[in-house]
Design a protein. Structure first.
Length: 78
């Protein structure tokens, strides 16, 4: 399952971690957020149709930066 940094922090908070601990934990990871954006884009495209613009907007809504969303669309949209 792919997450943006924001989504992962939110998930950890939902799981009972404090906001401070969730941010620390996520920031301590060595994550390539561009690759996560590609995985998330591919996941969306496997279950529904999106235009490139719609997919970019969805990835940004999910917490990816504009740059990460653009990368996800470029590499994930086949």
């Amino acid at each position: 399952m792919a997450f943006s940094r924001t989504e992962l922090i939110d998930q950890l908070k939902f799981d009972g971690f404090s906001a401070k601990d969730a941010k620390y934990g996520v920031d301590a990871l060595k994550v390539n957020w561009n690759k996560e954006a590609v995985k998330k884009a591919e996941s969306y495209l496997s279950i529904m149709a999106f235009s490139k613009t719609e997919l970019k907007e969805q990835l940004i809504f999910d917490g990816f930066t504009t740059s990460q969303a653009n990368y996800g669309v470029k590499k994930g949209y086949k």
